[in-house]
Design a binder for this molecule. Sequence first.
Ligand SMILES: [Zn+2]
Length: 291
Amino acid sequence: MFGLLFGSFLNVCIYRLPQELSVVSPRSFCPGCKVPIAAYDNIPVLSWIILRGKCRNCGARISPRYAVVELLTGALFLLSYFAAGSIAEAVKLCVLSFLLIGLIFTDAETKLLPDLLTKPGIVLGLLFSLVVPLEGPAQFLLRATVNWRVLSLLNSLAGAILGSAFILGVALFYEALRGVEGMGRGDVKLMGMIGAFLGVKQTLLVLLLGSFIGSVFGLLLILRVWLKRLARRRQRIPAEPRRQARRRAWQSATLIYRNFEIPFGVFLGMGALLSAFWGPALVRWYFYLYR
Ligand SMILES: [Zn+2]
């Protein structure tokens, strides 16, 4: 229930934060006719189903994203409860899920990762390490007599630095190579937040998972455009040899990479959710494959 309510609030954030509007006032209104939404039409998921995804007043279409975000937040809050070993850990997983869902959907819709989510996220990640022990290199580097909270905080800090430094490094390298900005600074802050929450080991896993999911997405995207262009080419120039048609269509399809901005934050966020809930299991499964 809490997850559904927080998901409902996230929808407000996803719509308003990129436009730099207040998330507190005015109360929720229809983006179509601007009429305030009545309390009885603002029940998570249920209202969207009852109204069949349309505004009661003007009939404007309401994106299924609203119901999806609410359901997803509810599901992840429930999962946090079952996956955690303590109440503090459950709260930490809930907060991380909340921030990540907000960032994933904002990045997907607007290609923006608002500072209002990432910056407090970094601070929260560091603070949670004082309550939920985080393992990492500090354990090996310092004596066991050092207070566990200090070790945990250092591990959280190390994760944040590793995550953000890696993305910043890749971004600067890409800029030097191509002369254009390939990755926004929002991704740097996002990875800093993820690192602060998950620590060094999991941060590496997130970078790996994020790159993998992003590559699969990019390949599928090119493949889809390629098939479409190929079909159109065959229709227009039936006499063209098949091999040449395939090559030309491929050249034209790969061109979309020049202009298409891949929302990398979406994939890093998905990697972080996978890693936070199933990280250890994923690593075990991966090494099992090589036995
Ligand atoms: Zn309306």
